[in-house]
Design a protein around this ligand. Structure first.
Ligand SMILES: *Cc1c(COP(=O)(O)O)cnc(C)c1O
Length: 714
């Protein structure tokens, strides 16, 4: 086979997104084009001329590299190892259907907004690596989430771009005549038509749906234009498309899932559609069908924040789901009861999370602390039980390591952990050799990664500044000042009140002292988007923007625009200290700090989400003692004071305390402690194995006996 054909095949399986040697082939062929196409190999191959490709491959002698990668991909797909727990299970005939409103697989596929999507993407990748039979179901947003830039007054502006579907590695599902196969969902007022796309993520598949087809009105064509845009009407139709459409698409493709895994409440209508299908096929009534489906459903809830749980009023529910309710032969009141905490409260809206919690046999939060918070939050659903008996467990999130690891750290692990460490990463002993590694080798890997991160930040700042009107005189200074020798603190995540990006800005004078210290200064890199309707969060971004131009802080505070997977990866790979300051207990898990661990970055975090169970006193830094005050004003003040104390007394001395050869021994000891104590736990392989052992396999009658059933009946 010709190497260009091989390259095209490689580009069409998202396996490449976690193969550094594939990425380096594209980059080497044409680094400028690679960046221009946003690291999208399908776009890259369609933009580059065959002659140039041919010639560059020849110059670089990359033909054999490409052939070897092609061979490795085939091996992985056909003979890849499976995790033993799964090898002989019934899941092979009937896979797990994993529903999620977003999937964050790579920056070139903009169908994610943040942590929820990244988690779903990482879940798919690890399922592929482990050989867990799984198909993801999501939506193909025409524009995705917005792109952010700051105008010359530092105010966030949003722009939306149409994604070029031809540049995504998707195959449209066709009918016998070669036209896109169209399926429908009926509402009281019309039918929503939709089509199906398939992507390959290693051995896992991803099924994406969209409604931009000529059978639809222009209103419905635009239904999935944007992620988390639109009113309740758009929202419920998107969620019907995901849950109901997703189940219909699976049956159209002949896939009968043995397990439904619903990643957050957006997709819980899938339970209803599966019940409807079972009623028809097995000629059973609604209660029986719901009971059966509930036994095979795993529901993962993701947020203690009230606004994160979608609710729809009864008129909208009846208008949209009336036809389905009639098929169930139940009353509007009985239907609403599925989504109400108190079925008799006629004013209560239909809550997607309640539907999931009431019907799924297994429900879980995403960290140990989040389990507790979730039990308290939904206790009213199980009035006759104590809070401790509320049937919600937890499986703590993890990250897909190969997708987030810096190349220097990857090479470092290859050298020190022995062959195939990646397939053994969930075992504590895999990481033992870190304890006896030569400090200078680890320090060097981290410094190389840091230098790359800083040059990335310079590139971004340059691009941002030149885009603004009256391109600024600050430019030259910035380039000079961001200094690889300075302790670099990163804060990058969604800008939303509870995450408190401004905690470190709490006391201006204190911050100034830390930043401008003559001997042991710090520098700060911020990045993150505010929801388009969240003006307080936008004000916060603006404040940081102004500080980044304040002569006192000049160039020791940087804001990187348009936070996304690409920005996250670059920053996480080179930051010294990853800062996380949510108002406890609002952060269900958080996962960026896990990505930091693998890259030799230390976490400095409030004891919330994953960090509450991860911190052991010497594998990072903790802000606050895990306490909470009922008054947020008091809480913020306490946490800010403790943050400054931790920075001044613990972080800064440890970082700047060097031996004769300039190596911070204490800092490295802490990094090694972090890797040894955390790496084996907070990776997505461990997470997917835990879902398989505790949820997927019991659902198909393997392993643990099902827990006491709490499936709801109307
Ligand atoms: C990892 C990641 C997140 C989630 O991290 P948090 O710690 O929950 O903020 C969000 N956005 C992007 C782009 C990420 O890579």
């Amino acid at each position: 086979m010709n190497f260009t054909t091989e390259l095209r095949d490689i580009a069409r399986n998202l396996w490449w997104t976690w193969q550094p040697d594939v990425i380096s082939i594209f980059r080497d062929i044409d680094p400028v084009l690679w960046r221009q196409v946003n690291h999208n190999p399908v776009a890259f191959l369609s933009e580059i001329s065959p002659e140039t490709l041919e010639q560059r491959a020849l110059e670089l002698a990359s033909e054999s590299r490409i052939s070897y990668i092609f061979y490795r991909l085939r091996e992985y797909l056909e003979h890849g190892k499976s995790w033993v727990g799964i090898a002989s299970s019934p899941l092979h005939a009937n896979p797990v259907a994993y529903f999620s409103a977003e999937f964050g697989l790579h920056e070139s596929i903009p169908i994610y907004s943040g942590g929820l999507g990244i988690l779903a993407g990482d879940h798919l990748k690890s399922a592929s690596d482990l050989g867990v039979p799984l198909i993801g179901i999501g939506l193909l947003y025409a524009q995705g989430y917005f792109n952010q830039y700051l105008n010359s007054s530092g105010w966030q502006e949003e722009s939306y771009f149409e994604t070029k579907i031809a540049h995504l590695p998707l195959e449209c599902v066709l009918d016998a005549t070669g036209k896109p196969r169209i399926l429908f969902i009926e509402t009281r007022s019309n039918r929503i038509a939709f089509r199906m796309w398939l992507a390959h993520v290693g051995r896992a598949r991803l099924l994406l749906l969209d409604s931009d087809v000529q059978e639809n009105s222009s209103y419905d064509r635009a239904l999935v234009a944007r992620l988390y845009g639109g009113d309740a009407n758009v929202r419920i139709r998107q969620e019907m498309l995901l849950g109901i459409g997703g189940m219909r698409a699976l049956s159209a493709l002949g896939i009968k899932p043995s397990v439904l895994h619903l990643n957050e409440g957006h997709s819980t209508f899938a339970i209803l559609e599966m019940a409807r299908q079972e009623m028809v096929i097995d000629e059973i009534d609604f209660n029986e069908a719901l009971y059966r489906v509930g036994h095979r459903t795993v529901f993962t809830t993701h947020t203690p924040v009230e606004a994160g749980h979608d609710r729809f009023d009864s008129a909208l529910i009846e208008q949209m789901l009336g036809p389905m309710r009639e098929a169930f032969r139940i009353s509007p009141h009985e239907f609403m009861a599925l989504g109400r905490i108190n079925p008799d409260n006629e004013n209560e809206h239909f809550c997607m999370t309640v539907l999931g919690l009431k019907t799924a046999q297994r429900s879980n939060g995403v960290s140990a602390l989040h389990e507790k918070v979730t039990r308290r939050m939904w206790h009213a659903l199980w009035k006759n039980r104590s809070e401790n008996e509320v049937p919600i467990g937890h499986i703590t999130n993890g990250v897909h390591v190969a997708s987030w690891l810096s190349p220097p750290m990857h090479q470092f692990y290859d050298r020190c952990l022995g062959p195939e460490w990646e397939s053994r990463m969930s075992l504590p002993e895999t990481w033992t050799p870190i304890g006896s590694i030569n400090d200078s080798e680890l320090w060097e890997a981290i410094q190389i990664a840091k230098a790359r991160m800083i040059s990335y930040v310079h590139r971004q700042v340059y691009a941002q500044e030149t885009r603004k009107d009256g391109a600024s005189e600050l430019l030259d200074i910035t380039m000079k000042r961001l200094d690889p020798e300075i302790l670099t603190v990163g804060f990058a995540r969604r800008f939303t009140t509870y995450k408190r990006a401004d905690l470190i800005l709490y006391d201006d004078r204190m911050l100034e002292r830390l930043i401008t210290d003559a001997n042991r200064p710090i520098q700060l890199i911020f990045s993150g988007k505010a929801h388009p309707k969240d003006d307080p969060a936008k004000k916060l971004i603006q404040r940081i923007y102004h500080m980044s131009r304040d002569s006192r802080f000049l160039c020791r505070i940087v804001f990187i625009e348009d936070y996304n997977i690409n920005v996250a990866r670059h920053l996480l790979q080179g930051i010294d200290l990853w800062l996380n300051t949510p108002r406890r207990p609002s952060e269900a898990s958080g996962s960026s700090g896990m990505k930091a661990v693998f890259n030799g970055t230390l976490n400095c975090s409030v004891l919330d989400g994953w960090w509450a169970e991860a911190y052991n006193g010497h594998n990072g830094f903790a802000i606050g003692g895990g306490g909470q005050h009922s008054n947020p004003v008091v809480q913020d003040k306490r946490d800010a004071e403790d943050l400054y104390r931790v920075l001044e007394e613990e972080v800064i001395p440890l970082y700047y305390n060097r031996d004769a050869s300039g190596i911070p021994r204490g800092w490295l000891t802490r990094i090694k402690g972090a890797i040894q104590s955390l790496a084996w736990r907070f990776n997505a392989d461990r997470m997917v194995m835990e879902y398989a052992q505790k949820c997927y396999l019991p659902c198909v009658g393997f392993g643990q006996f099902p827990q006491e059933n709490h499936v709801y009946r109307v």
